[in-house]
Every structure is written in structure tokens, then in C-alpha cells.
Design a binder for this molecule. Structure first.
Ligand SMILES: NC(=O)c1ccc[n+]([C@@H]2O[C@H](COP(=O)([O-])OP(=O)(O)OC[C@H]3O[C@@H](n4cnc5c(N)ncnc54)[C@H](OP(=O)(O)O)[C@@H]3O)[C@@H](O)[C@H]2O)c1
Length: 299
């Protein structure tokens, strides 16, 4: 039966990928193979997933029944400047991965983003029409299309802004705010415009493992899913919550009520998570419950 529970995780050295390895690692029935690119690490296999031959070799050797495809370029401002490089990773590698997965009978769950929506008409059901505002959102939407074109049985999971146990604060668009929050000698300007739903990576990893377990047991799990925390916060709200968690003053944190600069971002792309909730899967950690523990090593 062990062969039926092999999970291959791309982007395993990343923020979500590490949480996925931890979650699947809790259950000895899952044999995990984690792929990384530039980072080496315990048990990780370093490959460039844009190299189709190398990817084919890894997948054919490991013979996964489930592939969680988390690797991507996820920074909108980087993607805006490097659209071709991004396309190779976020779209072409996804398409190749799904073709190879199909040849070994593996089910693919592709991790996508709320940035596929324009943020003008929330909440967004899984069936809502995407309309990405920036090249990152477009590349992830193209990755979704490639995943589902390869097989309608494959899955897509859209998630919003993530936070979790970081190696350094800049690793997450949430934790990076703390760099400025903890320096109470300087004014820091925080966006108080776009509405966000910060979501703990551990919760997403839990949800993903539940989906994979159901799939392995023969339930029909496929198509588009959403998972999100349900606390509506701006970056200013998150910064204030961080300051309060550490008993720091908040007077140096200045709310900016205008749209953020750089690549266009959706105003409020709140994801309706009805499809996953209807499967009886729910896990939402409150922002204030863990944020201090997560930031403490970087204080
Ligand atoms: N972070 C967010 O707020 C957020 C929000 C919505 C959706 N998402 C989506 O969630 C997924 C995970 O995001 P994340 O925050 O965990 O990303 P991340 O921390 O930036 O990690 C990216 C991962 O991709 C790997 N990677 C990069 N280039 C590669 C290549 N050429 N070949 C193989 N692997 C490569 C990296 O490996 P190395 O580090 O070893 O180089 C790393 O493991 C992504 O698909 C992203 O689009 C993220």
C-alpha cells in the first residue's frame, strides 16, 4: 500500500513547500519526495524543473501517486520585469510536469493564487471568471489552464497571501512588514488600501493533505478549489497586530490609503472556499494566535 501513497512536492524548499513536507511527514503512510532548486536541504532533491529530461527522470524514478506543484516565481514585481523567464517556470514547466504525471498515472494539484482575479467583485467562487491585473496573475492562470488541459481530473488550489515559519522575514509578504514595525525609531508607511486575507501555510498544508487523502481513497477530487483565512486585513492592520503582539508602540506606523505602487494588484480578491468546506475540510488559524511565535526568532 505504501506505493499508493507517494507524494512529490515541487518547491519543497519554499514557504509553503516546507509546510507541506512537514504535514505529509506527520503520517508514515506518506512517502515524500521534495524538490528544490537553489537550496539544498535534508532529503531534498535539487533540480531545475524547467529541464524536462531531469523532471521526467525524477518522476519516473519516484513514481508518485500525488504531485503537489508549489514551485513558482511568485513575486509580482519580479514577474513584471522577467515575464519570459517566469513563463518558462510558471507555465511551461507546469505543462511538462502534468504531461509526465499523466504518463505515470499521478494526480497533480497545482498551487495558484487569488491574483487570478481583478478584486473588483468579491467574494470569488471557484467558478468565477478570472481577470488577472498583472503578469504574475496571468502566468498563474496560464499554469492553471495547462494543468486542467492535461487532465480535467487534476486539481488547482488558489490561495491568498501566505505567512508561516520563515527562514528570513523577506520570505513572506506578511512577515517582511515586521522589519519596519520593529524599528520604532523610523516612520513606516503601510498600505491601508488593498484588502488581504493572510493565511497560515500550515493550514493550507493540512487542507492539501486532506484533499490528497480523499483522492487516494477514490473520491472525485478535481478542478478548481479555493482556500483562505477569513480575516480581512490591510498590510497596515497586519503591521499594527504585529506591533501589539510584541507590546511595541504603533505611532510610527503610518496608514497609506492609496493603491500600492509597482505591478497592479487586486483590491479585494476574497476567495469563497465553499467547495472545500462542503467536503468537511476546515482549518483556519487566527492571525493573532501564531504571529508572535512566527516572528519571535527574527525579533
Ligand atoms: N507566498 C504567497 O503569498 C503566495 C500567495 C498566493 C499563491 N502562492 C503560490 O503558492 C506557491 C508557493 O509559494 P511560496 O511562497 O512557497 O514560494 P517560495 O517560498 O518563493 O518558493 C518557491 C519555490 O520554487 C522553487 N523553484 C524556483 N525556481 C525553480 C526551478 N527553476 N526549478 C525548481 N524549483 C524552483 C524554489 O526553490 P529554491 O528556493 O530551492 O530555489 C522554492 O522552493 C506558488 O505557486 C505561489 O504562486 C503564494
Amino acid at each position: 500500500m505504501a506505493a499508493a501513497k507517494r507524494v512529490l512536492i515541487t518547491g519543497a524548499s519554499g514557504l509553503l513547500g516546507r509546510a507541506l513536507c512537514k504535514e505529509f511527514g506527520k503520517n508514515v503512510m506518506w512517502e515524500t519526495c521534495g524538490l528544490s532548486f537553489s537550496r539544498s536541504g535534508d532529503g531534498l532533491t535539487q533540480i531545475d524543473i524547467r529541464d524536462k529530461d531531469a523532471l521526467t527522470q525524477v518522476i519516473k524514478d519516484f513514481k508518485p501517486s500525488v504531485i503537489i506543484h508549489s514551485a513558482a516565481e511568485r513575486k509580482p514585481d519580479v514577474v513584471e520585469k522577467q515575464p519570459e523567464t517566469t513563463y518558462k517556470l510558471n507555465v511551461e514547466a507546469t505543462s511538462n510536469l502534468c504531461d509526465i504525471a499523466g504518463s505515470v498515472g499521478a494526480w497533480v494539484l497545482y498551487i495558484s493564487t487569488d491574483y487570478v482575479f481583478d478584486g473588483k467583485n468579491p467574494p470569488y467562487k471557484e467558478t468565477a471568471q478570472p481577470n488577472p491585473l498583472n503578469k504574475y496573475g496571468q502566468s498563474k492562470l496560464d499554469g492553471e489552464i495547462a494543468t486542467l488541459e492535461a487532465s480535467q481530473d487534476n486539481g488547482v488550489l488558489r490561495v491568498p497571501i501566505l505567512y508561516g515559519e520563515v527562514e528570513n522575514l523577506s520570505e513572506s509578504a506578511v512577515t517582511v512588514l515586521f522589519d519596519k514595525v520593529k524599528d520604532t525609531t523610523q516612520h513606516c508607511i503601510m498600505s491601508d488600501y488593498e484588502r488581504r486575507y493572510p493565511t497560515y501555510c500550515g493550514d493550507i498544508a493540512f487542507v492539501i493533505k486532506q484533499l490528497a487523502e480523499k483522492r487516494i481513497k477514490g473520491e472525485k477530487i478535481g478542478g478548481i478549489y479555493h482556500w483562505s483565512g477569513n480575516e480581512n486585513m490591510t498590510k497596515y492592520d497586519m503591521a499594527v497586530a504585529m506591533a501589539k503582539a510584541f507590546g511595541l508602540p504603533i505611532e510610527h506606523i503610518v496608514a497609506d490609503k492609496s493603491p500600492s505602487g509597482g505591478a497592479s494588484r487586486p483590491y479585494d480578491a476574497h476567495l469563497d472556499c465553499g467547495r472545500i468546506e462542503s467536503l468537511g475540510i476546515v482549518k483556519r488559524t487566527a492571525f493573532n494566535e501564531l504571529i508572535k511565535d512566527i516572528l519571535q526568532p527574527h525579533y
